[in-house]
Design a binder for this molecule. Structure first.
Ligand code: OXD
Ligand code: MN
Length: 576
């Protein structure tokens, strides 16, 4: 590790090297330095204790899929859904860009853990960065410093992550993964998803590659616990594409009618899952914080997220008041009068421009979450009883169904789709296929990734049951057929009851489904049994079209598609 740091320092030629120990004194000193440099703005300590504000460059506000590369020896290994680059050529290009790139800057070495200490599922990463914003964000999102040095010991294996902001030029922006070297290099960005290298780069792209070889799974899934009034605990993992409410579902507040039920959070974005000695699938959340989308978050949609970000949080690209308070579209209450938008310009109420960037974020420590699950740092992980897939679909997809078995469930995940912004596309039903919500995050060939899912079945004596949900179905009049948010507890209860073998279900062409009477709708304002029936109905003609649409991705992947999935498609067509 020292040798690697020396090599990077010889290339990037920083003015100083700072080895992070993760202490409170270090946090204080680096925060002061970031404030003095104008990188962080302290927020009002009465309203947002311990919180800071950051504005990123206007050209650097989101993940950049077109600049994200999987650099395996052959293009075949990366597969048709990833950008591939030759590793030798990519190293050459990046070494050129990084030559002297840290002149006059400090090089920070951040050792971090993805996962709780002492867990066989945990991985060690070291990120080298020239961004103090990255250091302070990494200490929220992961376990950094001494705890990671200890775990590394004298001969531990670790993932190499190298990040330099360069001059934040989109033309030299690369997020380049080298799975065969367990390494990632990120240049010319300072936006979280591109530069907090533990998250999407290590915990999904590189980890999915490691998981394939080591017999485990790295998935774009939240993990939650459901506790019944009698104290029975069930853990569920769920994959939804970005911006479909994963953080909200992971922190759900059950409705009034569900007295005594509790939902607790293990994680809101990533699950690492490995077969346990009892043949069940055990999961950990490799992260230690939430990097959530701010707009739309309020006390009604997600009270627990609002409480999580109430202290010690870094906000990026939200709107700011002169008195040091933050605001975003969809926050509680009216926009304050003296608002500065995410560019720092005065914002006039009623303006067509958004005050907060639609992808503005909060990085909040998970320990602030009032419903944090007690097992979140258990090195064994938690046993998963159900896996849920879902997307944003105005038509076709019913509220909930259960796959017949693991192989069918793999097909359901592989064919998952979600509407790109339905309004902007102007055409309801324009869906992007996003298998297991992993399209931007699989570190190798998507066809081989499906094969890995099928292979995992053989390692599990008691596999989780697999479900598909859709909170977003609409009537012909364009009205949502399901209230969503906390009311999703009602569907979650059906899922838990199915896992325990407590409720019957009806066999349909799609899978096992509840009847309307099986979902309790008592106490939902202005909701009717007719709406629920419509949300649960199967549109056979719509499904015939759906099967044709699924082919778009299957054709692209055909050469590497496991035949089991082709047969599942045939079986679905016969049932329809
Ligand atoms: C995402 C995220 O883009 O979690 O999926 O940030
Ligand atoms: Mn995500």
């Amino acid at each position: 590790m020292r040798k690697w740091v020396e090599e990077v320092a010889a290339l990037c030629r920083p003015a100083n090297i700072h080895w992070c120990n993760g202490s409170e004194e270090e946090k204080k000193a680096l925060t002061e330095l970031a404030v003095a440099a104008g990188i962080l703005i302290p927020l009002n300590p009465d309203k947002h204790p311990g919180c800071y504000y950051h504005r990123s460059h206007a050209n650097d506000v989101a993940r950049v899929e077109e600049r994200t590369f999987i650099c395996t020896k052959t293009a075949q290994e990366a597969g048709p859904t990833n950008n591939w680059a030759n590793p030798t050529e990519m190293y050459q290009k990046l070494n050129g860009l990084l030559n002297g790139a840290m002149a006059g800057r400090t090089l920070y070495v951040i050792p971090y853990l993805m996962g709780p200490p002492g867990s066989p599922l945990t991985k060690i990463g070291v990120e080298i960065t020239d961004s103090v914003y990255v250091v302070l964000s990494m200490r929220i999102m992961t376990r950094i410093g001494k705890v990671a040095w200890n775990e590394l010991g004298s001969n531990g294996v670790f993932t190499k992550g190298l990040h330099s902001m360069l001059d934040i030029n989109p033309e030299t922006r690369y997020i380049a993964h080298f799975p065969q070297d367990n390494a990632v290099i990120s240049t010319s960005s300072n936006y979280g998803g591109n530069v907090l290298l533990g998250k999407k780069c290590l915990a999904l792209r590189l980890a999915s590659y490691l998981g394939r070889d080591e017999g485990w799974m790295a998935e774009h899934m939240l993990i939650l616990g459901v506790e019944s009034p009698t104290g029975e605990k069930t853990y569920v993992a769920a994959a939804f594409p970005s911006a479909c409410g994963k953080t909200n579902f992971a922190m759900l507040t059950p409705p009034e009618h569900y007295k005594g039920w509790k939902v607790t959070t293990i994680g809101d974005d990533i699950a690492w899952m490995r077969p346990g000695p009892d043949g069940r699938l055990y999961a950990i959340n490799p992260e230690a914080g939430y990097f959530g989308v701010a707009p739309g978050t309020n006390c009604k949609t997600n009270l627990n997220a609002m409480l999580s970000l109430s202290r010690d949080t870094i906000f990026t690209n939200v709107a700011l008041t002169k008195s040091g308070e933050v605001w975003w579209e969809g926050k509680d209450g009216e926009p304050p009068a003296d608002l500065l938008d995410w560019h720092g310009k005065p914002w006039i109420a009623g303006s067509k421009e958004k005050a907060a960037h639609p992808n503005s974020r909060f990085a909040a420590p998970m320990k602030n979450n009032p419903v944090l699950d007690s097992e979140v740092s258990n090195p064994t992980g938690v046993p998963i009883s159900a896996i849920i897939f879902g997307g944003r679909r105005a038509t076709t997809m019913p509220l909930v169904f259960q796959a017949f078995n693991w192989v069918h469930g793999t097909y359901v995940g592989a064919t998952m789709g979600s509407e790109m912004t339905a309004a902007a596309a102007g055409k309801v039903g324009t869906v992007r296929r996003d298998p297991m919500a992993m399209l931007p995050f699989a570190g190798y060939n998507m066809g081989d990734y499906f094969t890995h899912w099928l292979r995992m079945r053989k390692l599990l004596k008691n596999p989780p049951k697999i479900f598909h949900v859709n909170w977003f179905r609409k009537s012909a009049e364009g009205e949502f057929l399901w209230p969503g948010y906390g009311e999703n507890m009602r569907v979650l209860k059906w899922i838990v009851d199915r896992c325990k073998g407590r409720v019957p279900a009806t066999e349909t062409p799609l899978g096992w489904m509840p009847e309307a009477k099986d979902i309790d709708i008592t106490g939902i304002p202005n909701y009717t049994k007719e709406k629920l029936e419509e949300a649960l109905s199967i549109d056979i003609e719509g499904w015939k079209t759906e099967v044709m649409l699924q082919d778009e991705l299957f054709m692209k992947l055909y050469a590497d598609l496991p035949k089991e999935l082709v047969y599942q498609r045939e079986l679905l067509i016969s049932r329809l």
